[in-house]
Design a protein around this ligand. Structure first.
Ligand code: PA5
Length: 428
């Protein structure tokens, strides 16, 4: 992953950050890097995620998915960090295995999927770190029943990834299901490069070693200066821009295959940094689609935004056929890839011309190696930004509050959060 921050400098953009300020900030980056390295060396909660390239064992994951390696379709049941990493990887890469991610509990949507999937050829991948998340457990129970009703033995087709104990671990033990453990010290949204994100990739036949080696290469770039480390350049620049008023970060990949990446990034940034009245609001966008919607706001709306482009140097291409309509001759000389590139260059230049900060994250291509580097690099960027903000990057009390309140409202425990919701509801 390469990061170009040229269009975020105050010589180009407002809000923007000057080279001098970045040099001053670099002293804090050096201190933060030391803290991060210590956390990694001591296997501290959260920092341990940055050790995953060396810790994750692809053989173990492949052995667990062996019984369903021939699946036509894969149903992943999980939510948040237990879904978005796997979805980012498998939605970015081609595979003969159809993938469906059940995170929401919208009954109509779940029923539609269950009616259209070939259940006898479908594998089930259930993921929950805590093993208690209501949405995941409920969806698993519904899916199990659908398999039973169709006369398909779900126990032969299910893999579980969860913590050492909890209701999901109990279910796995009771039915003797192949299971993997979520590594200790790795919060959900930082677990894409563990079994949490990689079981789905393994069933789809993706190259797990390449994912990890791309991540390991990015890990090698972590150093005490934002000027030598793309991940820290991104984390420090976004932090500095937020301090100067760019409280919104619109992430806009120029590749349809990376649309889910923007979703993954939004969770990582929001759930990790949104604390103590601080944090930058991530927005999901897609090039070129959002050139015809959100771009108007990005170029001419309030000066509170940074746009992060994600580009790829190589990719599949397709010529645009010739036509005898003179006004369309320019298209006949081009390919769709060239058009995509021109659209990106025009958008980037248009934002820079309007003095709107933007950063370019460049990948060589969309493959396992580059994806591993991107996921790892952005996790490291987020950890660095968390150090600079001074927040606890690895906790998510607001998310936990709502999880407990939901369970409490359904009678799953005596939670004061549920009482607070009940009181509010009565007030209405
Ligand atoms: O990042 C996080 O901690 C959350 O988004 C969790 O991944 C999400 O709430 C799902 O939790 P669990 O894996 O315990 O089911």
């Amino acid at each position: 992953m390469n990061v170009d921050i040229g269009n975020a400098l105050s010589s180009v953009a407002s809000p923007g950050v000057s080279r001098d300020s970045l040099e001053r900030l670099d002293e804090q980056v050096a201190a933060a890097h030391e803290r991060i390295e210590t956390g990694m060396a001591n296997e501290e909660h959260g920092y341990e995620a940055l050790n995953l390239p060396e810790r994750t064992d692809p053989e173990e994951i492949r052995a667990a998915v062996e019984p369903v390696a021939d699946a036509e379709a894969l149903l992943t049941i999980g939510i948040g960090g237990s879904s978005l990493g796997a979805a980012t990887i498998t939605n970015a890469l081609d595979s003969d295995t159809e993938t469906v991610f059940l995170d929401n509990v919208d009954p109509a949507w779940i029923s539609r999927h269950l009616e259209s999937l070939p259940l006898e050829g479908t594998a089930i991948n259930v993921v929950s770190r805590s093993g208690t998340t209501a949405e995941t457990l409920a969806n698993f129970l519904v899916v199990r029943e659908a398999f039973e009703s169709a006369g398909v033995d779900w126990t032969e087709r299910t893999i579980v990834t969860t913590g050492e104990s909890g209701p999901l671990r109990d279910l796995a033990n009771r039915h003797d299901l192949p299971s993997l453990k979520v590594p200790d010290g790795v919060p959900g949204r930082f677990s894409a490069l563990s079994a949490v994100g990689m079981v789905a990739a393994a069933v789809c036949g993706h190259d797990l070693e390449a994912l990890l080696s791309g991540a390991a290469a990015e890990r090698e770039t972590l150093s005490g200066s934002l000027f030598d480390c793309p991940a820290y350049a991104y984390g420090a620049t976004t932090y500095a821009l937020d301090q100067r008023g760019a409280g919104v970060n619109a992430v806009m990949p120029y590749a349809e295959s990376l649309e889910t990446y923007a979703e993954w990034f939004a969770q990582l940034w929001a759930e990790s940094l949104g604390k103590d009245d601080l944090g930058q609001t991530p927005v999901r966008a897609l090039g070129v689609t959002d050139q015809h919607s959100q771009l108007q706001l990005y170029r001419a709306g309030p000066r509170d935004k940074l746009v992060t482009f994600v580009t790829t140097a190589e990719g599949a291409d397709r010529p645009i056929p010739d036509t005898d309509v003179e006004d369309l001759a320019y298209l006949g000389d081009a390919t769709l890839g060239e058009l995509l590139e021109a659209e990106f260059e025009a958008t980037e230049a248009s934002l820079a011309a309007a003095g709107r900060p933007n950063v370019r994250v460049e990948l060589e291509r969309v493959d396992e190696y580059e994806l591993g580097g991107l996921l790892y690099g952005m996790e490291a960027a987020c950890v660095l930004a968390g150090e600079l903000y001074g927040v606890n990057t690895f906790e998510q009390p607001a998310v936990e509050w709502a999880k407990k309140a939901t369970r409490g409202l359904l009678g799953g425990g005596e939670f004061e959060e549920a009482n607070a919701v009940a009181e509010k509801t009565e007030l209405r």
